[in-house]
Write a protein that binds this ligand. Structure first.
Ligand code: DQA
Length: 150
């Protein structure tokens, strides 16, 4: 079975490309997902990308992940700073989880300095733009066991 990784993109990330490009870059979400999918292919990983503007949908995607995936990459966007519910969902998982932020949240407004999930994820990558997702995938590929021959 091929290794599977889930990428969860939070609210407003569907607006990437148009949304504050000076902060978040010029790439659209589908371009980011495309580059990740190609890199995942090289690593022999099957990648599923999910985006939602709704907290409950993100909770449900994370709850369901354990059965189907060996690792998760999350950019919870604004929910990073507010969501106890998503933090609690992550705590139900026994999977490596990498938190990514396009911008360096620690160089921005003080309300962005705190992540509700940073102490319950495996690692965090901030401020490297879309490259952060690639680095997260590279790190996950080393953490999750190789697929058994089928
Ligand atoms: C973000 C940072 C958050 O503070 C913000 O609300 C986002 C995007 C980032 O990727 O830099 O929507 O998660």
């Amino acid at each position: 079975m091929k290794r599977k990784v889930l990428v969860v993109h939070g609210p407003n990330l569907n607006m990437l490309g148009r949304r504050e490009p000076d902060v978040y870059g010029e790439k659209t979400l589908s371009e980011i997902n495309q580059v990740m999918t190609e890199y995942a292919h090289q690593l022999d990983i099957s990648l599923t990308a999910f985006q939602s503007n709704h907290e409950g949908e993100i909770v449900e995607a994370i709850q369901a992940a354990e059965d189907d995936y060996q690792g998760i990459i999350i950019n919870l966007a604004a929910y990073t700073h507010t969501s106890v519910a998503i933090r609690d969902a992550i705590l139900t998982l026994d999977l490596p989880v990498i938190e990514v932020h396009l911008s360096n949240i620690y160089k921005r407004e003080s309300f962005r300095h705190h992540s509700m999930v940073s102490d319950v994820v495996t690692g965090q990558i901030v401020g490297l733009g879309a490259k952060g997702y690639i680095l997260a995938l590279s790190a996950l590929a080393e953490m999750i066991p190789d697929a058994e021959p089928s």
